[in-house]
Design a protein around this ligand. Sequence first.
Ligand code: ATP
Ligand code: MG
Length: 384
Amino acid sequence: MRKVCVVHYSEIGLKGRNRPFFEKKLVENVKRVLKGVLETEVERVQGRLVFQVDNADLLKIVESMKSVFGVSWFAFASVAEPTIDSIKKVVLEEASRKITKGDAFKVEVKRADKSFPATSLELSKIIGNALVESLGVEISLKNPSKKVYVEVLKKEAYVFTERIRGPGGLPVGSSGKVISLLSGGIDSPVASYLMMKRGCEVHYLHFHPFYDNSEAENSKIMEIVRKLLPYSGRTTVTFIPSYEFQMATVNIPAKYDLILFRRFMFKVAEKVAETEGAKALVTGESLAQVASQTLDNIFSISMGLKMPVLRPLIGYDKEEIIALANKIGTYDLSIKPYKDCCSIIARHPETRARPRVVNELEKKVNMDAIVDKSLKLSSKVIVE
Ligand code: ATP
Ligand code: MG
């Protein structure tokens, strides 16, 4: 019997979107995660994706599919001809392996081919009766312990007994490109993950306190990026040293150090985004989590920026962020020791930075020049 994986995506995600574009992205991403696991074509069939699995390692496929955003659920199915007899035969074979006497089951039929001679309800009755007769099981529509699913399409029908949840969201690449400001901390990897989940192609930017980019390129930053690689697919990390900023700002009031540094990061990030063709910046900021993230400071830090700054964690509690970081596997890397740029900057920043002071200081240190000089020191690493 031929075995396939049937992949369903959320219809809601398609609203107002260009469906073929969305589906093509999803196909690309499924193919990417299957590389090295299974050689197969991935087809688009009547609002689903279907690929042959036969004798492949199903556990590996499950693991791979769980990182493909846009997948609502998937199932390993046996293929039948789109006729009542063939479907009945395949259901009995499938059920005899999965259903034991005394099981209360329910048949769920979905008919994507409306020219099929029986309605969904009629077909589920026919299949139900056949199962009761041959296997002596009970039918329970309200409280089934097992289910048999049948999907009837134009060219074939699929029979399966288990639906496996995917990660939901939208296919990476279907919502455009963003630059994520990645620190070594807990929050920014989670923010990056959430943007991927909404279909963004995420590229990273990291500022480090070393003289040489190679020191940062060999740090845990790359481990974090690789941890998210199953979700992101091919991406890049731009590294930029912070010493130009540090040298130019030694004489400014310590309280404004952090505010200016964050403005410096955003200004550099905007330039990187322009070069990369990205439409927004992403940070792991969460409102009032730390002194630099008060509303006053978020205002002063973002004032005058040309690009939107997306802050997917803005309303999250630290506990919620940590739970997500654990789920996606970045937490342990985030808490590993690392020499963060911010650790060399004032511990007690101004919590109500005044825009006028910020503007004056920026003129004094010639922020634009610092940004340009720093951009010249950047390096970019491709991760795939
Ligand atoms: P995180 O856990 O992500 O480091 P945090 O709670 O430590 O966040 P901050 O250090 O104030 O908060 O940083 C806020 C955001 O600024 C980070 O989430 C990240 O997006 C960005 N950021 C901070 N430091 C850097 C850096 N060295 N390079 C790139 N982006 C940074
Ligand atoms: Mg940090």
